[in-house]
Design a protein around this ligand. Structure first.
Ligand SMILES: O=C(O)CCC(=O)C(=O)O
Length: 244
């Protein structure tokens, strides 16, 4: 898949993925794109009925919107951006498809999570079964719940929920995501991470797009839920990536 080629990443970015288990890509979205995506998430959150039974972790205080593949053209960048796809491809060892796209946006005072893995399968192997991408739609920092990430944890072969006495507490070496709006942090499914409390007065808007190996199930299977008008505008490459 030519457009996923590794030459879209710098040596340092590849090094960070291999050594830290994540990389922050800057200037992925323009401020216009950021504004349009936030506006659409906000609209959908206000108008679409929320189905808590679909949420892996029920967090009523979060603004959560699922299935953004059908949310409008502003979300197409979530599965077409060449540098993001190159980073995901690197993490997954060249075996990838789209998994899911949604928003988990932390409202003021909320958002803290236990450290966790997004894809526990293949723990201990070099390539996880999945890779997540978190798109910052506002400037992220400690003040508004910048994500907790533990560099190097992806090679531990361990699940933080099984080995930590208190996965909600800070662990040595943990960092907090600090990145301007329009950045994307790409982190493998074995990288220990978790949301943090939003201490600001504003919503910490976020888009999450996950990818997985081709033998892993999508959530939900895209072929069963994608709207016809979205399907009609996809490139051949996106057809393959979405597993249609
Ligand atoms: O919101 C965040 O900062 C992280 C979200 C996350 O890790 C999750 O929902 O699994």
């Amino acid at each position: 898949m030519a457009s996923h080629h590794n030459d879209r990443l710098t040596d340092d970015e590849r090094h960070r993925l291999d050594n830290d288990g994540f990389v922050i890509l800057h200037d992925v979205l323009s401020s216009k794109q950021v504004g349009a995506i936030v506006e659409r998430i906000q609209q959908l959150a206000e108008t679409a009925e929320r189905d808590y039974s679909r949420e892996a972790v029920i967090e009523p205080e979060m603004i959560k919107v699922l299935d953004l593949i059908n949310g409008g053209e502003v979300f197409d960048v979530g599965y077409t951006h060449p540098r993001v796809l190159a980073a995901v491809n690197h993490v997954l060892g060249g075996d990838m498809k789209f998994h899911s796209m949604g928003s988990r946006s932390a409202t003021p005072g909320y958002g803290h999570q236990a450290l966790h893995l997004d894809f526990g399968r293949d723990l201990g192997r070099p390539h996880p079964a999945g890779c997540n991408t978190l798109w910052t739609l506002v400037d992220f920092g400690c003040h508004n719940g910048g994500t907790r990430l533990v560099p190097g944890s992806h090679t531990s072969g361990q699940n933080p929920r099984e080995v930590l006495d208190d996965p909600k507490a800070d662990v040595p070496g943990e960092i907090r995501l600090e990145a301007p709006a329009g950045s994307v942090v790409v982190f493998g499914g074995h990288t220990w991470h978790g949301g943090a409390q939003n201490l600001s007065d504003d919503v910490r808007w976020t888009l999450l797009t996950a990818f997985c190996k081709r033998d892993h199930l999508q959530d939900p299977p895209v072929a069963e839920m994608i709207d016809d008008n979205v399907r009609a505008r996809l490139s051949e490459e996106s057809h393959r990536l979405l597993y249609l």
